[in-house]
Design a protein around this ligand. Structure first.
Ligand SMILES: Nc1ncnc2c1ncn2[C@@H]1O[C@H](COP(=O)(O)OP(=O)(O)OP(=O)(O)O)[C@@H](O)[C@H]1O
Ligand SMILES: [Mg+2]
Length: 465
């Protein structure tokens, strides 16, 4: 081989490698068939979209591998047989394991010397987006909660209910702060249903559940052609027009989208991705966060400017362990709920269970309590009261742990609980003392404590000062 030939070979090998790398790096699915309908190229993204491996597909006839519904055909096969190009066609079909796949495709024939030599399909995965949209349609129907279903008599909880009721009279944004299972969704729905927006939609979207790349299109909508596979679709803002949009776990929203969200709230206009025109929208935002917003700001999970805008009304829902007097009321109401549902006639929880519930730290809050009662009622046969042996093992273990601890040391009964309470107590007292020293001047007290005004106000609210 002469020198030039070697160079050519090197070039071909390099190009081939480059082409293989490119195929696997692009974010669109590529599927190529030859003139017999057999797959000759099937890239990595396509494998992801269709949940298949190369071996499942390569050198096989496309129609042997994928199944289409009766009234649908494969656009790729269509391109091969008819020589026609199709663009932005939505297809739903099944892979070899029966999994449903939805894509939006461009398909076109490969023509050589006037003859159809094969066909190419370029696909954008919309299965995920479809799922999200379906879920939202389901959720839209599920706006049933009102204030009279919110149970809780403790002072701190009653204060939150009062504040939330006041928020039904306005259209201001609301920020609901609370640990998982404290009832954030319950409050958001109650505010919507108690307001004059109640006839309009309530849409709730968890920001943590959606990949960043899909979130912008989901919130603001897309315009046909904005990206491969994009179709004209309204976003959640348009769908919630006139009503309420609840954005769950706002701290999981990408900062650049938080900035866009802020603009929409301020200007009340949205622009679909890929569009050049603005649209007016009238949507009330209720955002939720399951951590201290001040921590989220300092760790760059929440933009400060968005926080100021959202926190016009801030509702801090205390965790269940900080309002133990509510446990009895809540238990009773869940017993009533599941009596009706299971056709049972349970009267109450017995004293031993009451005592255990008071000791427990309820990291899953009211949701965990509800599940505990529901689970117990599944185990009851002839009795009328819920007893310790109906509870999950973690409660029963707690008793035996305590008995063991008691045997060794009478003080060390529940270290975690004591530490948590103790820390909160120290923090509360220190803040109270500092406020008194500065005659309740928040700016001065905050400065002396070395925290921001907002952080102090948040803590005052949290501790009911
Ligand atoms: N005060 C309450 N009275 C009656 N039921 C409640 C109360 N708080 C919560 N629940 C019930 O507990 C469950 C969890 O409530 P919800 O979904 O509103 O919590 P959340 O704060 O949104 O939780 P997450 O952060 O995990 O989304 C629901 O079934 C709700 O009905
Ligand atoms: Mg929730």
């Amino acid at each position: 081989m002469n020198k030039n030939n070697t160079k050519d070979m090197e070039l071909i090998i390099n190009m081939n490698n480059l082409y293989k790398t490119l195929m696997d790096k692009v974010d669109i699915g590529i599927h190529v068939i030859n003139n017999e309908g057999k797959t000759i190229i099937y890239n990595k993204k396509m494998m992801e979209i269709e949940s298949m491996s190369t071996e499942d597909v390569l050198n096989k006839n496309l129609l042997d591998v994928f199944k289409f519904k009766e009234n649908q055909h494969s656009t790729l096969d269509h391109a091969l047989k008819t020589g026609k190009t199709t663009k932005n066609v939505k297809q739903t079909y099944f892979n070899n394991k029966g999994k449903e796949i939805t894509t939006i495709n461009d398909s076109f024939p490969v023509i050589k010397n006037g003859k159809i030599n094969g066909a190419v399909e370029i696909a954008k995965d919309v299965t995920q987006l479809e799922l999200v949209i379906k879920e939202n349609v389901l959720r839209k129907k599920n706006t049933k909660f009102t204030f009279d279903q919110i149970i809780g008599e403790s002072n701190s909880f009653q204060t939150v209910i009062e504040e939330a009721k006041m928020a039904t009279r306005t259209t201001s944004s609301v920020l609901i702060v609370g640990e998982t299972g404290t009832g954030k969704e319950l409050f958001a729905q109650s505010i919507h249903n108690g307001s004059n927006r109640s006839i309009a939609p309530f849409i709730s979207q968890n920001c943590a559940a959606i990949p960043d790349s899909l979130m912008e299109g989901l919130l603001f909508g897309t315009k046909k052609g904005a990206f491969t596979g994009a179709i004209d679709r309204p976003g959640l803002f348009e769908q919630a027009d006139g009503g309420t949009l609840m954005l769950d776990e706002i701290n999981s929203l990408e900062p650049s989208l938080q900035a866009k969200l802020l603009r929409v709230i301020q200007e009340k206009i949205i622009r679909r991705v890929g569009d050049t025109k603005d649209k007016k929208v009238d949507v009330r935002i209720i955002a939720t966060i399951n951590e201290d917003p001040i921590d989220a700001i300092s760790d760059n999970r929440l933009r400060r400017d968005l926080y100021y805008r959202l926190s016009v009304v801030t509702l801090f829902i205390p965790p269940l362990r900080d309002r133990k007097e509510d446990i009895g009321y809540l238990s009773q109401s869940f017993i009533k709920k599941y009596n009706a549902l299971f056709q049972m006639n349970i009267k109450q929880i017995n004293n031993r269970v009451k005592h255990l519930f008071q000791q427990y730290d309820w990291l899953g809050n009211v949701r965990e309590l509800e599940h505990t009662i529901e689970g117990a009622m599944n185990l009851i046969t002839d009795e009328e009261t819920i007893d310790v042996h109906h509870l999950p093992a973690r409660f029963r273990n707690k008793i035996s742990d305590r008995q063991k601890n008691n045997a060794m040391s009478p003080i060390n009964t529940d270290f975690q609980q004591t530490l948590h309470d103790k820390m909160a107590e120290v923090e509360k007292n220190f803040i109270q003392q500092t406020l008194e020293e500065h005659e309740n001047n928040i700016s001065h007290a905050a400065k002396s404590l070395g925290i921001s005004r907002q952080s102090l106000q948040y803590r005052m609210k949290k501790f009911g000062l």
